[in-house]
Design a protein around this ligand. Structure first.
Ligand code: FAD
Ligand code: EPU
Length: 341
């Protein structure tokens, strides 16, 4: 285990670019490191926060506890059968680099999830998703260390209780585990998923007739780069809110009032509304208050132009939430993890 340092800046470790400090900060690189850490006084006397790539959190204030940066690396094939390879990746591996590695091997399944920031260990937390695929579609198992019982537990997909931007780790198992590694089942003869959004159109522009997983990855990357702000240039954590799901009756009522409502059928009885559209309709798109703002091209993304505080971003999100509720009667839910609320 690396040493535990005091009063560490978290500014380099969160994509929102918040200037917040951790009372204590350490890194773990192996299960042995974790076992040494849990025997320390600082671990046992402090609240803890696990840090991956810091791309899905808003640090509202300084963190008065122990931040544990997950740096468990390693990628290996743990099993193989006629159709699939089972690949295990350490929680500290960079997500996009891991996806690119699987594509280079010709293993299909994760290509639509190219360019999502962050690390492998956080991917199951909210069942990351994009362009018609979620990790639950390729997920096999994960191993996680239980802080209290001090032992490693294995979770299959059912145990993870995956949903849209949801898992058991945000609910019943919240703050109880450190995810150590994740195993994915990837296909040797990939089936492509290009029906979602602009992928097919992008492939056409790229003049690709028989797409490979590499082509799909390139198309997704291109679309993402044109739509989402790069955290290296402007602080953000991707979509700040989830797209809300409403019943058929509420959907019909909204449609009667707002004929240009953007919504997608989610199930026989439910519709998913585009939160970006709801927020834009309330007039927030491109608004800036000091250094806190709503992105000019994507109203679902809140941004830090430099020195916004976590509290300023949080307060802005509350005003957005209130206005959407007032205009549409729809309660938005934050997708980004609020730290220090
Ligand atoms: P962090 O922000 O470090 O952590 C997120 C949460 O998980 C925290 O609560 C943390 O304590 C916990 N955690 C992290 N690692 C572990 C671990 N090993 N064990 C237990 N708990 C852990 N998300 C999508 O789903 N789809 C997208 O298309 C998408 N696009 C994005 C685009 C941009 C520009 C940005 C900035 C973000 C986007 N995101 C998207 C959100 C984010 O990339 C994902 O949620 C990602 O999985 C977060 O990974 P991270 O390592 O940065 O997590
Ligand atoms: N829209 C607007 N105004 C806006 C933004 C969007 O009207 O300012 C409408 C447009 O009609 C657009 C629709 O909303 O067609 C959907 O927008 P987009 O395709 O950009 O996707 P999204 O719903 O905003 C979701 C995910 C993203 C993911 C993309 C692609 C959520 C909360 N967000 O965004 O995930 O990358 O789809 O699959 O589900 C993230 O979780 O951080 C994230 C970026």
């Amino acid at each position: 285990m690396s040493e535990i340092s005091a009063n560490a800046s978290l500014h380099p470790y969160n994509t929102f670019g918040m200037h917040a400090n951790a009372r204590w900060f350490t890194r773990v690189r192996s299960l042995e490191d974790v076992q040494v850490l849990v025997a320390t006084e600082i671990f046992n006397q402090n609240e803890r926060l696990i840090l991956g790539g810091g791309s899905n959190m808003l640090l509202i204030q300084h963190f008065d506890g122990l931040v544990i940066k997950n740096e468990l690396y390693g990628i290996e094939v743990v099993r193989e059968d006629a159709d699939a390879v089972y690949v295990r990746a350490g929680a500290g591996e960079n997500w996009h680099a891991f996806v690119q590695h699987t594509i280079a091997q010709g293993w299909g399944g994760l290509e639509n999830l190219s360019l999502i920031p962050g690390n492998v260990g956080a991917a199951p937390m909210q069942n990351i998703g994009a362009y018609g695929v979620e990790i639950k579609d390729c997920f096999h198992t994960l191993e996680a260390f239980h802080w209290q019982q001090k032992e490693v537990h294995t979770f299959d997909a059912a145990a993870c209780q995956f949903g849209y931007r949801e898992s058991v780790f945000k609910h019943a198992a919240k703050n109880q585990y450190l995810i150590l590694n994740v195993t994915f089942r990837l296909l040797k003869n990939p089936t492509l998923n290009i029906s979602y959004g602009a992928i097919a159109k992008e492939l056409e522009t790229m003049q690709v007739v028989q797409p490979t997983i590499r082509d799909v990855s390139n198309a997704v990357m291109h679309i993402r780069q044109s739509k989402l702000p790069d955290p290296k240039q402007i602080g953000n954590a991707g979509s700040f809110f989830k797209n809300p799901v409403v019943g058929a009756e509420k959907h019909a009522a909204l449609l009667a009032e707002f004929s240009n409502l953007v919504a997608y059928k989610n199930s026989d009885t439910e519709f998913k509304l585009a939160a970006g559209w709801l927020i834009e309709q309330c007039g927030w798109k491109g608004q800036r208050f000091g250094d806190a703002g709503v992105h000019k091209d994507q109203a679902l993304v809140l941004v830090n132009y430099g020195n916004a505080s976590g509290k300023e971003i949080f307060d802005l999100s509350q005003r957005i939430l209130d206005s959407v509720q007032e205009k549409f009667g729809v309660l938005l839910e934050r997708e980004v993890n609020m730290i220090g609320l």
